[in-house]
Design a protein around this ligand. Structure first.
Ligand code: CDP
Length: 233
């Protein structure tokens, strides 16, 4: 059988070129950009600020509110502006991916708004968004036990690959494609997001997670470098 080659020409565990920058939106309390190849996410944090209406306030903690939006011209086929089931789902899972590292008890009755915008999409937007949002929260000075790092692993036919682009997500030969986005607390075994679009054998999950863990270490290096740059400035 011929050896499998990714359509992108990348190695099985090769991540697209990553780039991160902190402090991209001066008027936000914290902000960051994170990209995987042609997928570009920016995140802006506003708060903590008093939550209105008052009956939604929680006197024991701040509330984290994430809004993910894939902009109309970020994709080849113009996306109708405004919220959708998909954007609501991604906003919610991004919130859940970030909450475990945050200590929000210091800010009762407040809300922390995180706006995640996808300027350009080539798959992996939720993972890029989580990486950007995690950096933006750190930049805003919200107490965090660590950064959250995120990447997608997946399958093309029988092959486990990392960081699928859109062509790879649309792969239709053999068993087709599987997308398995994960997020975890950096340098730990604590996963904060595990989603699955497609199929994976239970026996393959461990290998996929090992590949994801190694990839997350590389994501973390890029995040740390971006934070260090802004601290040095
Ligand atoms: O972006 P992510 O992989 O986290 O989520 P997805 O729902 O699996 O979307 C995969 C990709 O499909 C996106 O990154 C976009 O490139 C593309 N997409 C699109 O072209 N138009 C949409 N309305 C939604 C997604």
């Amino acid at each position: 059988m011929a050896e499998f080659k990714r359509p992108s020409g990348r190695g099985m565990t090769e991540i697209r070129k990553m780039s991160a920058k902190v402090g991209v939106i001066p008027n936000a309390d914290g902000s960051a950009m994170f990209s995987f190849g042609d997928t570009i996410a920016i995140a802006a944090v506003y708060g903590p600020r008093l939550l209105h209406p008052q009956h939604m306030q929680d006197p024991s903690t701040a509330i984290l509110r994430v809004n993910y939006d894939l902009l109309s011209f970020s994709v080849y086929e113009r996306k109708k502006p405004g919220p959708s089931r998909r954007s609501q789902e991604i906003s919610k899972v991004t919130e859940w991916a970030l909450l475990p590292v945050l200590d929000l008890k210091e800010f009762p009755n407040t809300v922390i708004d995180v706006q995640v915008y996808i300027l350009q999409a080539d798959a992996g937007t939720r993972t890029a968004g989580i990486n950007a949002a995690s950096l933006a929260l750190a930049h805003a000075g919200i107490p965090m036990k660590n950064l959250v790092t995120s990447i997608s692993v997946g399958k093309q036919d029988k092959n486990i690959v990392v960081d699928l682009d859109k062509d790879e997500e649309d792969y239709e030969e053999g068993e087709g494609a599987t997308d398995f986005p994960i997020a975890k607390v950096a340098n730990s075994d604590e996963y904060t997001l595990l989603q699955l679009d497609g199929k994976i054998e239970p026996s393959e999950v461990k290998k996929a997670l090992t590949i994801a863990d190694e990839a997350c270490e590389k994501v973390y290096e890029v995040q740390k470098r971006a934070l260090k740059e802004v601290v040095e400035q």
